[in-house]
Design a protein around this ligand. Sequence first.
Ligand code: NAP
Length: 229
Amino acid sequence: AAPMPASLSFEQAAALPLTAITAWEALFDRLRVPSPPHAVPRKRLLVIGGAGGVGSVAVQLAAKVAGLEVIATASRPSSVAWVRELGAHHVIDHFGDMQAQLKTLGIEQVDYVLILNDTDRHFPAAAAIVAPQGTVCTIVENKDALDVSLLKSKSAGLVWEFMFTRSMYATPDMVEQGRLLEEVARLVDTGILRSTVSEVLSPINAANVRKAHALLEGGHVIGKVVLKD
Ligand SMILES: NC(=O)c1ccc[n+]([C@@H]2O[C@H](COP(=O)([O-])OP(=O)(O)OC[C@H]3O[C@@H](n4cnc5c(N)ncnc54)[C@H](OP(=O)(O)O)[C@@H]3O)[C@@H](O)[C@H]2O)c1
């Protein structure tokens, strides 16, 4: 727990904690992205599913806080515009050949890959795109076995992020989630990060819960949908 950002309304703030914890832990605890200033050239991150709830925080943190060169994936004009507004330097389509699209941008490899959607589909491409000694992080469970040997010759790593790990196992560093939320609130209040709420449905009733679920099941939500009484 941490105080909410003073500059946000309750619905703007409600969009943030779960996704901010996930994105923060994925970048700084699992991928171990260092704090800036970095060595030159700047390290690169590919965020697969950049416009979703977690992606919308990850793109901002990576570009504005960690100082990475960020390539986000999005497949529609509105989601492409959204990730660009959040700070993505390049946008490619997750339904196309991502490696070929990166080559067109002059990018052969990236240091970090963050998979936020359909791990089964994207893991082979992530393994092809990640740099030697780089790291792939996913937050979405695979349905079939993943061929982790694809990472062997590169000595690349695969790491998981699950935002309930610390509380589920009552790890000794559980308090870190409160600390990171305090830092996220500070970054919001100083104008570095913004809320990712894209739609507020009110009041909280069966019809709006059904509508929110339908939006999520459609798979193309931008940012976060918030229910408000
Ligand atoms: N491990 C954890 O701790 C944790 C925490 C939070 C969420 N999650 C999981 O992470 C996933 C993402 O959740 P979320 O709320 O951030 O996002 P979301 O709302 O599920 O994602 C929507 C976004 O995904 C993009 N997308 C749709 N199909 C895709 C595909 N095949 N490949 C790549 N991107 C695709 C869409 O972009 P376009 O419209 O541009 O196609 C859309 O902007 C969910 O499965 C969720 O359960 C895990």
